[in-house]
Ligand binder design. Sequence first.
Ligand code: AMP
Ligand code: GLY
Length: 417
Amino acid sequence: MKRAVVVGAGAREHALAWGLSKTAQVTVTPGNDGMRAAGIFCSSASPLDLTADLFVIGPETPLVAGLADRLRAQGKVVFGPNEDGARLEGSKAYMKDVLASANVPTADFGTFDDVDEALSLLRRFSPPYVVKTDGLAAGKGVLVTTSLADAEADVRAKLSGLAFGDAGSRVVIEEGLAGEECSLLVLCDGERAVPLVPAQDFKRVGDGDTGPNTGGMGAFAPLGVMDTASVEVVMRTIVEPTMRELRRQGIDYRGVLYAGLMLTEQGPKLLEYNVRFGDPETQVIVPLFADDMFEVLFAAARGSLTAAPRFVTDAAITVVLAADGYPHSPRTGDVIEGLGADGQLATPHEGVTVFHAGTRRNESGHFVTAGGRVLAITAVASTLDEARTRAYAAAQTVTFAGRVMRSDIAATRGGRA
Ligand code: AMP
Ligand code: GLY
């Protein structure tokens, strides 16, 4: 059997390991107690010391730090871009330069390390105001607000270095875009790019898209607003020009290119690129794979993608259960009720899988919260409504003190205001 190593410790990596395990022998490093309980082998060894046919790197931080380069230097087959390609996510300023060179539609913007210059562009835009940190901030470095005063205060806080340290030492001020948001993840093999099933995630912590941005409170796929023709437009106007520009810069990009899109009245525009699988989008994309996921990722890593992977016609939804105080100051150590010894639902529900993010087992073997996002309850069914009903029925059986959960994931079927 083929062997795969997945690098990471969250629900995204749990979903990747779960999908790859169908046809491969999987090791996750470092993994988490929930994966271990589900029978997935977890290792504390560095991926540099492991052997496998394929290495799949989950999070952005090791990619930006050059883990893929080091593994490739050892002759390993790696799914995930090198440090040069990972800059697309590591620096919004670099990403915006690539978009400008490739003529990709995106919001107008400016990058600043000076407060007065940043404020002067901010005042020229109309609401909503958008202020971003230049560096990595785990999805939490973005403020979108209709209040100019709040936006100005955010610029000052970010540039003072107090809010995000070095990640905030430069800010990006952006034109606010209106429309439906969509995540189109594509697989790249250095030359070609092929789309995965479009998904939507829910970034704000509260129902009705209220409260602060988070890493993502839920997701669903496929999307009513993103049909095959729209996917083709995004591939032609956004993804392919970007791949050409990366190649022109000598970048051999292999892995996921995640396009965060706004479907505006003028057509799709790019909000951001991520250089890895989305979390929680992966928790709904993986269960819909119809093809052998190992073979697909292996082909991308080897530079030999032939066709876009196929997906089943079912719908999937994932609902994130987060810790009390998420996203600002999540509390850990709360005992989780409703999970069995295998980390899955104590009361099984048809079509439902639990992917673990921030959990660990305490001395008495109980699962307790150990991070901001704790669990992703994923349901698959033949219709989105049924998947949604299943996920929420299952989520009701998993409780812990202060549990934070949105009740409206996929409620409007991709028709959010
Ligand atoms: P980002 O991390 O850049 O994707 O930003 C996080 C979230 O902020 C996005 O998912 C959008 O909901 C919102 N956002 C980012 N940029 C803009 C923009 N230019 N206009 C409107 N909303 C935005
Ligand atoms: N779901 C958003 C992200 O993975 O960044």
